[in-house]
Design a protein around this ligand. Structure first.
Ligand code: HEC
Ligand code: HEC
Length: 299
């Protein structure tokens, strides 16, 4: 047999095997579609890179209008509060339960300009992102409103929680915002079912469960702001990376790094540092202990 022919046969065989493996994955049900399990980091990164390039290509020809007018930014702030904050959070405001429970996790948009040009933010807002929870707004908002939102998102990095509250206070806060403050919140149901909870049983210094803590970090969307070893995500830098947390002497530059102080910080960051960009997220005592147990393993 000629070498070229042998090579072609081998390639055909490999392709057939790969196709068969693909069919097996699809039809066997082996792939777990649940949003409580994370993607593998390589799969996550692949999807993310594909999305980035797709958006860049499609937004190329869009010419942004002038985005500096204060009225435009003010209108954008109110639209953002009503349409975006429940999933992306805002300065001093955590995402709502819908946002926290999505996979991929929508992150805060305060650092969106590091990844996207204004025209790309416009494109994403208008068209949404297929196979993620990002809705398309084209049929709900007109073009001027879409640009109002882009104008506002451009201002996010400079906005303190107080400035955001001032910009968005004109109307009654929507239910999503009230829920996010954690004020008057009902005791929440356990994040993890008791069956899972007893399954791991590795205790950390806080009396919490390390594996349950890993899941809670994910389900509270901490990885939307922090890069956390062991949690799949986009390596955000809105909050400090939590690698090596256990070896730090202070938490948020304020509290001695003891397990109890860490639990306190996770539950009430605003009480420790009112102007902090880390929102109160309605974290329960038990979940805070679990998360602190996991964070205690990060040397
Ligand atoms: C129902 C939840 C939801 C709502 C509401 C929502 N988004 Fe999203 N958004 C997502 C998800 C999910 C992603 C994808 C995250 C990923 O792939 O990493 C996303 C991604 C984005 C991105 C790209 C983010 C990045 O950091 O790369 C932008 C920009 C964005 N959304 C803007 C908006 C704006 C503006 C609004 C309001 C008009 C909005 N979103 C409302 C869920 C939502
Ligand atoms: C909206 C973004 C955001 C979210 C969501 C968020 N954080 Fe933070 N986090 C921050 C910022 C910003 C800081 C720095 C705070 C400061 O020093 O004022 C911080 C600080 C911290 C610190 C102290 C780090 C250090 O080096 O001192 C820990 C620990 C922490 N966060 C854990 C968590 C956990 C656990 C969650 C989920 C329950 C969470 N964060 C959710 C933004 C966020």
């Amino acid at each position: 047999m000629k070498p070229a022919l042998a090579l072609a046969l081998a390639a055909a065989l490999l392709a057939t095997l790969a196709a068969a493996a693909g069919v097996a994955v699809v039809y066997s049900g082996a792939y777990n579609v649940s949003a409580t399990t994370q993607h593998w980091q390589p799969v996550y990164s692949l999807l993310e890179i594909t999305m980035r390039h797709s958006v860049r290509l499609r937004a190329r020809a869009i010419e942004p209008p002038a985005l500096d007018a204060p009225q435009r930014i003010a209108r954008g702030a109110v639209l953002y509060r009503d349409k975006c904050v429940q999933c992306h959070g805002g300065p001093g405001v955590a995402q709502g339960d819908i946002g926290k429970s999505l996979q991929p996790l929508p992150g805060p948009l305060v650092d969106a300009l590091q990844r996207w040009r204004p025209r790309e933010i416009y494109w994403i807002t208008r068209h949404g992102i297929k196979m993620s929870g990002m809705p398309a707004w084209q049929f709900r908002l007109d073009d001027a409103q879409l640009w109002d939102i882009v104008a506002f998102v451009q201002r996010l990095p400079a906005l303190t929680p107080q400035a955001y509250a001032d910009l968005t206070q004109d109307a009654r806060p929507p239910a999503a915002l009230a829920e996010n403050t954690g004020a008057g919140a009902e005791p929440r149901p356990a994040l993890v079912s008791p069956a899972t909870a007893t399954a791991s049983g590795t205790q950390g210094a806080t009396g919490g469960d390390i594996e349950r803590g890993r899941q809670a970090l994910y389900q509270y969307a901490c990885s939307a702001c922090h890069t956390i070893p062991g949690i799949t995500g986009a390596s955000p830098n809105v909050g400090p990376p939590l690698r090596g947390l256990a070896s730090r002497s202070l938490i948020a530059g304020r509290l001695a790094n003891t397990p109890d102080n860490l639990v306190h910080w996770l539950r009430h960051p605003k009480a420790v540092k009112p102007q902090s960009a880390m929102p109160d997220m309605g974290v329960t005592e038990a979940h805070a202990r679990d998360m602190a147990a996991y964070l205690g393993t990060l040397h």
